[in-house]
Design a protein around this ligand. Structure first.
Ligand code: NAD
Ligand code: LMR
Length: 327
């Protein structure tokens, strides 16, 4: 039986594929737990409002006891007014002939006004997760237009990469994913990301040692995880949706309820040589509803090079959006 006040959860791109895989799970209580009612706000662009209404009809038809209301809008100010959890999923995908600068600019047109709307109206405890790609840099854009919201409330999603890495290692070692701890994704949610098996543990030793196969780690594991998104697109003819929605649920659930060790892209405080202000994936723990970068890890040379490469890409993306006047 629900006992708390309803939490407002805003989902952008609500009529898209991830939206469809996400909304029912949020409304059923999997995002915030079985005691927390939710009010959903669905933000879409005008041509997709009708489809969002259709999804809302289906949500009604589920008769979820925790669903306290649904609101559908194309107005970001309205969607983010009083928001507690903002899931920024809608983004402009790269289309044929589009250069990277065009993609960043198109997304700037989405994430700048959304950042401003969050700044103007979000609840004091707002938590933001950016899923729409390029996720880290879109989060940076939104954050830079929300100066009144603490920077640590803006995060981007690398939990799908984290879960993919867990699954690959579990299969390789013939163990359950639950036997693997301390998995870490460093850097950007892109092909340069670094899934780190030297920090991960299985059976009390490093996962890299347990695997005992440097060539597999370097030539199979890392590229498989880093290019999994492209492999899914190739196989499905559409980008990952249910697994992305699942990762978004994991990310927010752990942020709110706590986690000893997970991967989140968060604003850097300079830890591990990642320039301050970049939104980069780190190993984090979540305590009392707040994330903290796990400190004191020794980084070997192999890992250092890969972290630096991915962080270098994030710095280039930051410089590009800065030149475009988006931050
Ligand atoms: P989709 O194209 O099915 O849906 C996107 C939706 O966003 C569309 O309904 C569109 O109308 C809407 N939209 C566009 N601009 C908007 C705006 N300004 N405000 C509100 N809504 C807007 O895409 P999808 O498969 O749901 O994927 C969404 C995003 O998530 C993509 O950028 C994708 O690349 C990204 N993604 C990220 C990860 C990750 O791990 N971080 C994983 C998978 C997908
Ligand atoms: C994924 O990792 O599955 C997505 O980010 C891929 C994409 O480009 O949408």
């Amino acid at each position: 039986m629900a006992s708390k006040a309803a939490v407002k959860v805003t989902v952008t791109g609500a009529a898209g594929q991830i939206g469809y895989a996400l909304l029912f799970r949020i409304a059923s209580g999997q995002l915030l737990g079985p005691d927390t009612p939710v009010r959903l706000s669905l933000l879409e662009i005008p041509p997709a409002l009708k489809a969002a209404e259709g999804t809302a009809m289906e949500l009604d038809d589920c008769a979820f006891p925790l669903l306290a209301g649904i609101d559908i809008t194309d107005d970001a100010k309205h969607a983010f007014d009083g928001v507690n959890v903002a899931l920024l999923v809608g983004a402009r995908p790269r289309t044929k002939g589009m250069e990277r600068g065009d993609l960043l600019e198109a997304n700037g047109g989405i994430f700048k006004p959304q950042g401003e709307a969050i700044n103007a109206g979000a609840a004091d405890d707002v938590r933001v997760l950016v899923v729409g790609n390029p996720a880290n840099t879109n989060a940076l854009i939104a954050r830079s237009h929300a100066p009144d919201v603490p920077a640590e409330r803006f995060t981007a999603m690398t939990r799908l990469d984290h879960n993919r890495a867990l699954s690959q290692v579990a299969t390789k070692l013939g163990v359950s994913v639950s036997e693997i701890s301390r998995m870490t994704i460093w850097g950007n949610h892109s092909a340069t990301q670094y899934p780190d098996l030297f920090r991960a543990q299985v059976g009390g030793r490093s996962a890299a040692e347990a695997v005992g196969d440097d060539a597999w780690l370097r030539d199979t594991f890392i590229p498989t995880v880093a290019k999994r998104g492209a492999a899914i697109i190739e196989a499905r003819g559409a980008s990952s949706a249910a697994s992305a929605a699942n990762a978004a649920i994991d990310h927010v659930y752990d942020w709110v309820h706590g986690s000893d060790w997970t991967s989140m892209a968060v604003v850097s405080d300079g830890s591990y040589g990642v320039p301050e202000g970049l939104i980069s994936s780190f190993p984090v723990r979540c305590v009392d509803g707040q994330w903290q970068i796990i400190q004191g890890l020794e980084i070997d040379e192999f890992s250092r090079e890969r972290i630096d490469a991915s962080v270098g890409e994030l710095a280039e993306e930051r410089d590009a959006v800065r030149e475009l006047g988006l931050i």
